[in-house]
Design a protein around this ligand. Structure first.
Ligand SMILES: *[C@@H]1O[C@H](CO)[C@@H](O)[C@H](O)[C@H]1NC(C)=O
Ligand SMILES: *[C@@H]1O[C@H](CO)[C@@H](O)[C@H](O)[C@H]1NC(C)=O
Ligand SMILES: *[C@@H]1O[C@H](CO)[C@@H](O)[C@H](O)[C@H]1NC(C)=O
Length: 482
């Protein structure tokens, strides 16, 4: 028995050692692989020459994001009974019903609260918790901060209080004027598996309420207009329009504001490139208006995997998808980008003063995909894809140095360029950014494009996720302006 026991024990020890060696070895191979990818990305990231200090003008809006753990602020009560969706929230009971509606699916939501006294009450209650904190929010300011970090001169269109202006770095020029009260977004966060009354959340997410008055009406637009000719930007970025989504505008106001945005885009000289940063739109009629009043007048579009599906479906089928695959295959996204490119190009023909779309950037958790028309004004596509990819990790991990111990690759070892008769491209860890040329046929035109796909070293220890897309899109634009 003893002999047998000993032998068994030895066997176990040997097995443990063998496993440890094997594990360390595969761990080593994995690390080496990640290091190779990182070095490959860093090599191309800087391999470009652009303008010394590109000038970037960004509209519209700003807000203060106030973060609070949802369960501190909202107490479940039996009065809620049936969870319910409301386009806008007027009472506490509606808030609870609406929160329950989204929380039980772990779905993100952003709702307008028309009752400002209730909203103020909630915000001050949230702020009374030591664990609550606030940051500068809104797409335009987040993009502005990134552009400044990347060495651009930045003009930001946003109305804000003097107090909030103090938080904006002095090297960002702000236009729009003062307000008495900043737009505040109350971000109610919850973790995966948390329970609230009878409900349990299936994933971490947040429910946002706001009572914006400046952002939905893009109130900084007129002041911005006065400064744009003098600033003469190399790049003009239109963002923040999703604040109009589901906002209770008086009849005709939304349309008239969008027409002003269109006018502002058209007024830019041809030497200024125009980028439109998409966002999550749930109101079909608003997205439809964007395809007529904004998208035809942009040279470039930036979006994530949800937004590309949404816009693609709207333009192709006339319907929108509120939720899409959060980790789509490369082939699927590339097909959507091609179709979207063709649809937008065709659509542009029916508008006076339209520009020609020459760039689409789609950012996903696992990879970055950029499509550029060859010989257009967008340069350094490969460097842009690498930079976007590295920014994704740096932003989410909260550090400028990518640590491979805190990173992993989600993208497969190879990908197909299309779901229909695509070419298989292996992921070359020494040269991780894959670029190739294609010809896209639109009626009688043949348009040569370059497509680049870069894998993302996904940060496994997220320190921040909000504003990721804005940071990534801006980073990807910088090497391309030249
Ligand atoms: C707004 O909220 C307050 C509670 O803070 C409530 O007393 C009031 O009735 C609400 N107003 C409306 C129009 O529902
Ligand atoms: C949109 O329409 C297409 C084509 O008719 C259909 O396949 C798709 O399921 C629809 N999507 C939604 C979200 O309704
Ligand atoms: C974007 O990146 C910057 C710099 O890396 C970071 O400080 C910031 O928190 C990020 N996100 C936002 C929302 O600005």
């Amino acid at each position: 028995m003893e002999y047998k026991g000993l032998k068994f024990g030895t066997l176990v020890s040997i097995l443990v050692i063998v496993l440890a060696i094997y594990y360390r070895k595969s761990e080593n191979t994995l690390q080496k692989r990640l290091i190779a990818v990182l070095e490959g990305l860093e090599r191309v990231e800087t391999k470009h020459e652009g303008l010394p200090r590109p000038k970037v003008a960004i509209g519209y809006g700003i807000c203060t994001d106030v973060y609070i753990d949802a369960k501190y602020l909202l107490k479940y009560s039996n009065d809620i009974r049936i969870p319910e969706h409301f386009d806008e929230i007027t009472t506490e009971k509606e808030l609870l019903k609406s929160f329950a509606y989204y929380f039980r699916h772990g779905a993100a939501a952003e709702r307008f609260m028309s009752n400002s006294s209730l909203f103020e009450k909630l915000v001050s209650h949230a702020r009374s918790f030591p664990s609550s904190y606030s940051t500068i929010g809104g797409n335009a300011p987040v993009m502005a901060l990134r552009f400044v970090k990347e060495g651009c001169d930045v003009l930001l269109a946003a109305k804000m209080t003097k107090a909030l202006q103090q938080m904006i770095p002095s090297n960002i020029r702000v236009v729009g004027g003062d307000v008495n009260r900043d737009d505040v977004h109350l971000v109610l966060e919850y973790k995966r598996g948390e329970s609230w009354g009878p409900y349990t959340s299936s994933r971490a997410n947040r429910y946002i309420v706001h009572n914006d008055i400046n952002n939905p009406t893009i109130s900084s637009l007129e002041e911005f207009d006065k400064l744009l000719p003098e600033f003469a930007p190399d790049l003009f970025v239109v963002s923040g329009l999703q604040m109009m989504d589901n906002y209770p505008f008086p009849e005709g106001v939304r349309l008239s504001r969008l027409l002003k945005v269109k006018q502002q885009m058209i007024a830019q000289p041809k030497s200024t490139k125009i980028h439109f940063e998409m966002a999550s739109f749930t109101e079909e009629s608003l997205l439809l208006e964007l395809t007529e009043l904004v998208i035809p007048f942009a040279d470039s579009l930036g979006m994530n995997e949800q937004e590309v599906t949404n816009l693609h479906n709207l333009m192709l089928y006339g319907n929108i998808s509120l939720v899409a695959d959060s980790n789509p295959r490369v082939a699927t996204v590339l097909d959507q980008m091609r179709t979207l490119f063709k649809l937008v190009r065709r659509n542009e023909k029916s508008f006076m003063n339209a520009r020609q779309l020459t760039r689409i950037h789609v950012h996903t958790l696992a990879y970055q995909a950029i499509l550029n028309v060859k010989n257009s004004r967008w340069k350094n596509t490969m460097a842009a894809a690498a930079k976007a990819s590295l920014t994704a990790n740096r932003h989410v991990c909260g550090s400028n140095n990518v640590d491979v111990q805190k990173a992993m690759l989600i993208m497969d070892d190879s990908f197909s360029t299309s779901t229909e008769a695509g070419k298989r491209i292996p992921l070359d860890i020494e040269k991780p950014v894959s670029c190739w040329d294609e010809v896209l046929k639109i009626e009688n035109d043949q348009i040569s494009v370059q497509v680049c796909v870069a894998p993302v070293l996904v940060c496994t220890q997220a320190s921040q996720t909000a504003g990721g897309g804005d940071n990534i899109s801006s980073a990807g634009l910088v090497p391309q302006i030249s």
